[in-house]
Write a protein that binds this ligand. Structure first.
Ligand SMILES: Cc1cc2nc3c(=O)[nH]c(=O)nc-3n(C[C@H](O)[C@H](O)[C@H](O)COP(=O)(O)O)c2cc1C
Length: 330
């Protein structure tokens, strides 16, 4: 049974990798991830704000996750250690590259056209095999149109694409009126992959202190369903590969994502909860399941439950909404 696959043109030994997170800030964790079988290492992002030094990024504003949930142990870096400056970030890529044999994917995160985009080239020069581009944008200005919001990402992608030769995967938001059309535009600009999806962290309100508060809650498997739907819809429409990120916690989650059309899955919350070696259990579970169900390869399973191939495609469409509402009996 063959677990090997490809993603962004890179040969991978299996379709499971850690998603962008501070887990890889410590080389020990990187080695543990590789030893456990991770297919690639994805760096956390280098943020436009870190480069322009204007302000700290959204992630750095959140509470230290190590204090937010009790399962976290020492493998979770402290938030203040997380926001590497640009030089340390590039050094860390080179260090990781020198210590592992699997592909290393850098991540650049920003929202405007500007000099920070040059760091794509520096990330490539530091040895990254591919780049994730994350335009994590909250459209707070009601005068900015949806088309302008889409153009923001497309323009940044074009600028990054001009400056590097390594493949680019764009980490998308699901909050577009037509996420499929937007993904197709990304595809036609030559992105090698799309990552479904960014998780948007919502502020809460402290009603006693009259303050907006930040808290990082880890995901659970219910968040996967949004990704499953869109992977299934996009599977037959894109040349770009699909990575599912968000809500992958179990072997079953991985199988569902691949059946819907994902080339790879990215795992963060469950690794932060259970540690880097958890990726090994997920991969072993995937191998056993495929063997038990007599698949010859992971590629054979891909897309079998996509919108095009699914026996009842209406589950991905409006009909599902009506059926689900009727499930509730009072
Ligand atoms: C502590 C933490 C840090 C993260 N840092 C980044 C980051 O730097 N860049 C990025 O694109 N995503 C980042 N993410 C988002 C993850 O890569 C992933 O998309 C998200 O957590 C959903 O996956 P999950 O459900 O497996 O956690 C971070 C997530 C967490 C929990």
């Amino acid at each position: 049974m063959e677990l090997a696959t490809t993603y962004l043109g890179l040969p991978l030994k299996n379709p499971v990798m850690p998603g962008a997170s501070p887990l890889v800030d410590q080389l020990d964790n990187v080695r543990r991830l590789e030893d456990a079988g991770a297919a690639a290492i994805v760096m956390h992002s280098l943020f436009e704000e870190q480069i322009t030094k204007d302000q700290l990024a959204e992630f750095a504003h959140t509470e230290n996750p190590a204090e937010s949930f009790s399962e976290a142990t020492s493998y979770f870096p402290r938030m203040e250690d997380y926001a590497f400056g640009p030089d340390r970030y590039l050094e860390q890529i080179s260090r990781i590259k020198a210590s592992v044999d699997i592909p290393v994917i850098g991540s650049l995160n920003g929202i405007s056209l500007g000099g920070w985009i040059d760091h794509a080239r520096l990330i490539e020069q530091a040895g990254a095999d591919a780049l994730e581009l994350n335009v994590y944008y909250v459209a707070t200005d009601p005068d900015e149109s949806g088309i302008a919001v889409e153009k923001r990402t497309l323009d940044i992608l074009e600028a990054v694409k001009e400056s590097i030769t390594i493949p680019i995967a764009v980490k998308l938001s699901p909050f577009f009126s037509s996420p499929g059309h937007f993904a197709k535009q990304i595809d036609s600009l030559g992105a090698a992959g799309v990552i479904l999806y960014n998780r948007f962290y919502q502020p809460d309100i402290d009603i006693e202190e009259l303050e907006a508060t930040h808290r990082l809650d880890l995901s659970n498997s219910t968040e996967l369903r949004l990704r499953l739907r869109w992977a299934a819809i996009l599977h037959s429409h894109l040349k770009a590969d699909i990575a599912v990120s968000g809500g992958v916690h179990t072997t079953e989650d991985i199988i569902k994502a691949i059946m819907c059309g994902a080339n790879v899955v990215q795992v963060v919350s469950s690794l932060l909860k259970y540690g880097p070696s958890h990726i090994g259990s997920l991969i072993a579970g995937l191998r056993h399941w495929l063997e038990d169900h007599e698949y010859e390869s992971v590629d054979q399973m891909r897309g079998s439950m996509s919108l095009k191939n699914c026996p009842d495609p209406s589950v991905f469409e409006r009909a599902n909404y009506l059926r689900v509402l009727q499930l509730w009996k009072v």
